[in-house]
Ligand binder design. Structure first.
Ligand code: FAD
Length: 384
């Protein structure tokens, strides 16, 4: 094949969308996706692992399916990126590139909080969600704590979906009356970047269910022997079952390549996702996207990784074909909040609006739940 070589690091949401869109736009150029995992695991369906409607295997697809579309897939752990020499290393291979799209996501880092490695269940992995589901099926009463440990964490809605689903599973089993459910989070209000109305909308979903909401709670450590977590200021919170969202950090290889900035993520142009290296783009969770107020950051979520990927693919294709630069990304985003009880809420808006993001929330309905189910089907059909 003649043409340029575009390497996409990561076969998660951003990587898979970028590769598909690039293939659609460019016929002659090589597109290579590299991921350490042989499968893509679709996080948009993860909430349904917690209530047993899906297994981890049901939300996976082999990345080798990309080859049917003329996209090369290489399984390998990316261990080096040289943005000056335009080369990357993965296991025992070395690959040069004309354009590089980095979509390596966020690594989970439970070891960074004392005690967390030896207690509770990490609900940000498919296996953890499945274990949590099994625990909920056995639960006969006591305190369930859902702890959101550090900022930033991906999918701001996911911990609230988890709380609602825990509630619904226990109700279906007839044991909700024997359980206390408490959320402990650093957030001042639910999904704070989306503004106070969004926070109120989420609280109006969890509070009527009797879920206790402990906000602005900075967690210092966990005590696995006594099933307690300690907050800054000295207060302890006991639990019988702990479900947690661990701290996140940027992938080691991205940090080693010198791409990250002060906050530990990669600073990029909010419109083009360009970095300071001309032919290297960083998208999705690995990117640090500053909102127009200069303080807030774009949340880490699949919907943004998806939009970033489309933007960057269009930009690379335009450069290769010598066409005018395409429209930049304007900050649109949306998300579903599934309740686990056959309904879902929805929020949609513009995160780049000034002076603050403009987001509208819709109350939970069956139609929106079907919308989320339909989106899952569409996603697999379109991309894998
Ligand atoms: C429980 C849960 C529910 C969520 N629900 C939603 C939702 O409903 N809607 C939404 O918008 N977002 C949701 N998200 C967030 C969403 O999954 C992420 O924001 C999104 O996947 C980010 O896309 P990405 O391409 O940046 O990274 P990812 O999709 O995480 O992909 C990163 C890829 O890089 C690979 N990788 C990492 N390091 C290396 C390496 N060194 N070498 C090789 N490969 C490597 C990984 O294997 C992975 O395949 C959810 C997340 C979780 C955990």
């Amino acid at each position: 094949m003649a043409g340029k070589k575009i390497v996409v690091l990561g076969g998660g949401i951003g990587g898979v969308v970028a590769a598909n869109k690039l293939r659609h736009l460019l016929k002659e150029d090589r597109i290579i996706v590299i991921d350490q995992s042989p499968v893509h695991s679709f996080t948009g369906s993860y909430v349904w692992i917690l209530n047993g409607k899906r297994t981890p295997a049901q939300v996976e697809r082999n990345l080798s399916r990309l080859s049917k579309k003329g996209i090369e897939f290489v399984q390998g752990h990316v261990s080096g990126i040289d943005p000056v020499a335009c080369r990357i290393w993965a296991d025992d291979i070395e690959v040069g590139y004309d354009y590089l799209v980095v979509s390596l996501g966020a690594d989970l880092d439970p070891e960074s909080i004392p005690g967390l490695c030896c207690t509770g269940i990490n609900i940000y992995t498919p296996d953890g969600l499945e274990r949590a589901h099994q625990e909920l099926l056995k639960f006969e009463g006591g305190r369930i704590v859902i702890a959101v440990c550090r900022r930033p964490h991906k999918c701001p809605a996911a911990p609230y979906e988890a709380a609602l689903i825990v509630d619904s599973v226990l109700r279906q089993r007839g044991v909700r009356g024997k359980a206390e459910i408490e959320m402990v989070t650093w957030e001042p209000a639910p999904m704070p970047v989306a503004g106070p109305a969004m926070g109120e909308a989420v609280l109006s979903m969890i509070k009527p269910k009797g879920i206790v909401y402990r906000n602005k709670a900075a967690i210092n450590s966990f005590d696995p022997d006594n099933n307690r977590l300690s907050l800054e200021g000295g207060k302890d919170v006991p639990y019988d079952l702990l479900l947690y969202v661990p701290p996140h950090k940027c992938a080691q290889v991205v940090r080693d390549a010198g791409l990250t900035g002060d906050g530990g993520w990669v600073p990029v142009d909010p419109g083009t996702l360009a970095t300071r290296h001309e032919n290297l783009f960083v998208i999705g969770d690995a990117a640090a996207v500053k909102l127009p107020d200069g303080k807030k950051m774009l949340p880490k979520a699949g919907v943004f990784a998806h939009k970033h990927a489309e933007t960057v693919a269009a930009e690379i294709a335009a450069r290769i074909e010598g066409k005018a630069a395409p429209a930049p990304y304007h900050g649109e985003g949306y998300c579903f909040i599934d309740t686990g009880a056959g309904t879902a809420g929805f929020a949609k808006g513009n995160f780049y609006a000034e002076p603050n993001p403009r987001i509208e929330a819709r109350s939970p309905s069956k139609l929106l739940h079907w919308g989320k189910l339909g989106f899952e089907k569409y996603w697999f059909w379109k991309y894998l």
